[in-house]
Design a binder for this molecule. Structure first.
Ligand code: NIG
Ligand code: FE
Length: 403
């Protein structure tokens, strides 16, 4: 990445403050050594940058590059037939209880070659990249043996060598109980989820630990067993919580100082203050809400009142959210959750970075942050959540191009 002054642009810094979007019109932005060195009004550019190369951005809008902080991007097959079954009246929980749902993707993933998994995942990743995404979190969770779970994460990491993207990997072995452990969930945690976590950490493959805390998956006590292990290994935790029922998963994530609790449609407003105290991010996943035709909304007003940072992600997965556009997730968050376009953009920049523990480097445009930027063919940042499938990205400016 070349040192450069970008000029003739408006910059949505996404820094918290008085100005909506932290917007600076008629801006210049100085990039030195892959980081933002200066930004402000063009007329205030300090003289000592005068010798640097200059690129005119033609009046375009610049934002931080986007982060998709919750995906299950690596998986085998599709669940289009289950989509049909749901439209014919079956529920997500019923399908899961009868060997469909996550279990059917587990079978397809175990049976897929590395090459197929990689190529299918690349297509989905490319779709996210076209939306200006620079950082993608990818979970395991469709292998459910130690080796298949580790294989998923190795493939996830491989993606980062093929595209200008940062991949963050999450151990989600506690996603579903595989058929060979039916009615033996405790044993699965002890024999697969925990020993696999130790091996994955040894191999440097795991950035965080997640679980599915739900009556069709793992109980809070089983998840807690896993979280204790994660803590002892110094790996941060997060949780699929309150997606279908209220299991008090968000409070469990809070107790373990989690990075985030995700989904949260069934989070009780009464539990929000305690969740807020932990500083965890609430990650909302409108793609799953939409696909499952959920009607219970996450408690937006309570989250706002308690100043909880809210992130938005695609939850890209074959069952509940076959969505590979983060901009469409923003649009859905506005239309279905009544979030504002500014909240939605904060949800895929500043707050998504926080949910991944990457706040220092990503998600805002400020001196010292990495120069991971998106340049858009639009006039105002609200348009990012407004267009549906418009593909407004002009280009990314990225240190990840020549990693
Ligand atoms: O985030 N809720 C659990 N996991 C995914 C769905 C996985 C699937 O259905 O394959 C989710 O919605
Ligand atoms: Fe998920």
């Amino acid at each position: 990445m070349q040192d450069m002054i970008y000029t003739n642009c408006s910059v949505a810094t996404m820094l918290k403050g008085d100005k909506p979007y932290g917007l600076i019109d008629d801006a210049s932005l100085v990039v030195i050594n892959k980081s933002v060195a200066w930004l402000g009004k063009a007329e205030d550019l300090p003289d000592h940058y005068a010798d640097m190369c200059l690129e005119d951005l033609g009046g375009r809008l610049v934002t931080p590059a986007l982060l998709d902080c919750h995906t299950h991007l690596v998986f085998g097959g599709s669940r289009a037939q289950e989509f049909e079954a749901r439209l014919n009246g079956a529920s997500y929980q019923e399908l899961a209880r009868h060997g469909g749902g996550i279990a059917s993707t587990v079978l397809a993933t175990r049976n897929a070659t590395d090459e197929t998994l990689l190529n299918d995942s690349l297509r989905r990743l490319d779709s996210l990249i076209e939306d200006g995404v620079a950082v993608v979190e990818i979970k395991s969770g469709y292998g459910l043996t130690i080796e298949d779970e580790l294989r998923m994460l190795r493939i996830a990491r491989k993606l980062a060598t093929l595209r200008p993207i940062k991949i963050v990997t999450t151990w989600l072995a506690a996603h579903a109980i595989p058929p060979e452990y039916r009615s033996r969930a405790d044993q699965y945690i002890e024999e697969v989820a925990i020993p696999g976590l130790r091996l994955g950490v040894e191999e440097g493959l795991i950035d965080a630990v997640d679980g599915f805390c739900e009556d069709i998956a793992f109980s809070p006590a089983q998840i807690e067993r896993l979280f204790k292990e994660a803590k002892s290994l110094n790996i941060p935790v997060k949780l699929h919580a309150e997606q279908l029922t209220d299991q008090k998963g968000a409070l469990l994530a809070a107790k373990y100082k989690g990075l985030s609790a995700d989904h949260l449609e069934y989070l009780s407003p009464a539990d929000v203050p305690a969740f807020a105290d932990s500083g965890a991010v609430a990650v909302l996943l409108p793609g799953a809400y939409y696909t499952l035709k959920e009607t219970k909304l996450p408690p937006l007003d309570s989250l706002r009142q308690c100043n909880v940072d809210i992130a938005i992600a695609t939850d890209c997965n074959p069952g509940s959210s076959p969505l590979s556009s983060l901009l469409i997730a923003m649009n859905m968050a506005c239309t279905m959750f009544s979030m504002t376009p500014e909240e939605a953009l904060a949800g895929v920049t500043r707050n998504a970075a926080k949910a991944l523990g990457l706040s220092q480097q990503y998600g805002v445009i400020a001196p010292g942050a990495l120069a991971e930027l998106a340049v858009w063919d639009i006039n105002h940042p609200a348009e990012l959540a407004y267009w549906i499938g418009g593909r407004p990205l002009n280009k990314r400016i990225s240190a990840l191009e020549n990693k």
